[in-house]
Design a protein around this ligand. Structure first.
Ligand code: FES
Ligand SMILES: [Fe+2]
Length: 424
C-alpha cells in the first residue's frame, strides 16, 4: 500500500516532477526507424511534451517542439529539407539542434537584425539503434544509447511492434517484475478463453529476485520445474528503468504522459542453421490494435493480455487501496529502487543503469540462459522435439495481435517455413 503522494511521485512524468526528472536521464525508444522511411514527420508525445520527429533529406533525424516559435503552427505539417525542418506557415527553418537557420521574409526585410539568431526551438537528440529511434530529454552530457547484447546478434529476424496503452506507465513496468502473473494472466487465461475450466497451468511454488547492474532478475520454481531449471538459476529480467527482457524480446513502457504509455517491443527470432547466413536489410515495424472492430479488448496474444491487466488497474492504479503479498516482493524492490534513484538525481548523481562508458557499451551482456539458441541458431529437425525451439520459433507471432501480412511473409521466408502449412 502506498500513500497518494508516493503514488504520484512514482507515476507522474512531467518535466517538473521527481520521476519526470529521473526518466529524463535515460534514452527512450519512441518509434521504429522503418516508420520514418514512409513519412517525413511524426507527432510524438513523450513524457507530457508535444514534439515532432522528422527525418530530413540528408537522412538525419530531429526531435523538436511540435509548435513553431513564430506563431505556433504545427511542425508536423512542415517540409523536411536537406538540413532540417521548415515550418509550412511562413517558412522558418530549424535544424536538429533547435537553431532557426532561415526566416525567409525577415531575412529580406531586415537582414541586419539577424532576428533568427535570437530564436531557438526546443530540441532533443535522436539516435537510431536496433531499428528503433531513441530520444533523450535530459540534461547534458547525454549518456549512451545502450547496446544491449541482443542488438549485436546476427542471423535473426527482428521486428519492432508498438501500441499505445491508455494508462500510466508505472503499472505497466510493475508487470516486468511480476512472475506469478504469467501463470494467471497468460496461461490460465488461455485455458479459460478456449472454454475449458481446467486443467490450469503448473503453479508457482517459489519466486526470488536478484538485483544486477542493469535491472532486477526474477526467478521461479513451478510445479513442473526445480531449482536446477534455468528459470530459477538465471531467470528473466526487469531492465532499468522501464523495460522487460526475456531473452528473445524487450518490451519498453515509455510514458506518453501521465495517462498513456507507448508499448514498444523488439523481437528476435534466430533463423535455422540451414538459412544462415541471413541478413535483414530493414527491421520491419508495425503498430497493432488493442481493441477489435466492436470495441472489445483483444486478448488473443500475450502482450494484449498484459495490456488488459494494466488498463484494468485504472488510468493510474490507486496504490493506496492495494494489498501486497509475497508475490509482490519484486514490485516493492522496484519501487524502493526508483525512490532511491529519485534522491540520487536530486543530489546531482546518475541513477541506476545509466550508460556512459563506451567500452562497456560495445555490448552489454544480460542474463540469458538460452544464449546458444540465439547466437548459434537451431537445426530444423529440433523443431519437432526441442521445446525451446518449438515455442520460440512459432509460425504465428504470439506476442501481439495485428502483424501485417508482409511482415509475416518476410518472417516465413527468413525461417524457411512452409508458407501455409505450418512451421515445417
Ligand atoms: S508559424 Fe511557423 S513560420 Fe510562422
Ligand atoms: Fe505478461
Amino acid at each position: 500500500m502506498l500513500d497518494h503522494e508516493t503514488n504520484r511521485k512514482l507515476s507522474q512524468v512531467g518535466a517538473d516532477t521527481p520521476m519526470g526528472a529521473l526518466l529524463r536521464r535515460y534514452w527512450h525508444p519512441i518509434a521504429g526507424a522503418a516508420e520514418m522511411e514512409r513519412r517525413p514527420t511524426m507527432p510524438i508525445r513523450l513524457m507530457g511534451e508535444d514534439l515532432v520527429l522528422y527525418r530530413d533529406l540528408s537522412g538525419g533525424y530531429g526531435l523538436l517542439d511540435r509548435h513553431c516559435c513564430h506563431r505556433r503552427a504545427d511542425l508536423t505539417n512542415g517540409y523536411v529539407e536537406a538540413n532540417g525542418l521548415r515550418c509550412s506557415y511562413h517558412g522558418w527553418l530549424y535544424d536538429a539542434r533547435g537553431a532557426c537557420i532561415e526566416q525567409p521574409f525577415e531575412d529580406i526585410a531586415d537582414p541586419d537584425s539577424r532576428f533568427r539568431d535570437k530564436v531557438r526551438i526546443r530540441s532533443y537528440p535522436v539516435e537510431e539503434k536496433a531499428g528503433m529511434l531513441w530520444a533523450y530529454l535530459g540534461p547534458d552530457p547525454a549518456p549512451l544509447v545502450p547496446t544491449w547484447e541482443p542488438f549485436t546478434w546476427a542471423n535473426g529476424f527482428r521486428q519492432v511492434v508498438l501500441a499505445e496503452i491508455p494508462c500510466n506507465w508505472f503499472q505497466c513496468q510493475e508487470n516486468s517484475i511480476d512472475p506469478v502473473h504469467f501463470e494467471w494472466q497468460h496461461e490460465n487465461w488461455r485455458v479459460r478463453a478456449r472454454g475449458a475450466a481446467g486443467p490450469y497451468a503448473p503453479k508457482h511454488l517459489r519466486i526470488d529476485f536478484d538485483e544486477f547492474d542493469w535491472g532486477i532478475s526474477y526467478k521461479r520454481v513451478r510445479e513442473n520445474t526445480d531449482e536446477n531449471h534455468p528459470l530459477w538459476t538465471v531467470g528473466r529480467n526487469c531492465l532499468w528503468p522501464n523495460a522487460l527482457f526475456t531473452g528473445d524480446h524487450f518490451e519498453w513502457r515509455v510514458p506518453i504522459d501521465d495517462d498513456n504509455t507507448l508499448s514498444i517491443g523488439w523481437f528476435f527470432n534466430p533463423v535455422p542453421k540451414d538459412r544462415r547466413p541471413f541478413a535483414q536489410n530493414e527491421i520491419p515495424c508495425w503498430r497493432g490494435p488493442i481493441k477489435d472492430a466492436d470495441g472489445r479488448w483483444i486478448t488473443s496474444h500475450v502482450m494484449n493480455q498484459d495490456f488488459v491487466a494494466w488498463v484494468g488497474q485504472g488510468t493510474l492504479a490507486d496504490r493506496s487501496k492495494e494489498r501486497l503479498g509475497r508475490s509482490d516482493r519484486g514490485v516493492i524492490m522496484m519501487r524502493r529502487q526508483f525512490l532511491a534513484d529519485i534522491e540520487r538525481v536530486e543530489r546531482g548523481e546518475d541513477p541506476k543503469a545509466v550508460v556512459r562508458d563506451a567500452a562497456v557499451n560495445d555490448c552489454i551482456e544480460l542474463p540469458i540462459f538460452d544464449r546458444d539458441f540465439f547466437v548459434d541458431g537451431w537445426a530444423r529437425e529440433d523443431l519437432a522435439d526441442a521445446a525451446h525451439v518449438r515455442t520460440r520459433s512459432t509460425l504465428d507471432f504470439v506476442f501481439q495481435s495485428g502483424q501485417p501480412a508482409d511482415v509475416r511473409a518476410a518472417y516465413v521466408e527468413a525461417m524457411g517455413f512452409d508458407r501455409d502449412g505450418g512451421a515445417g
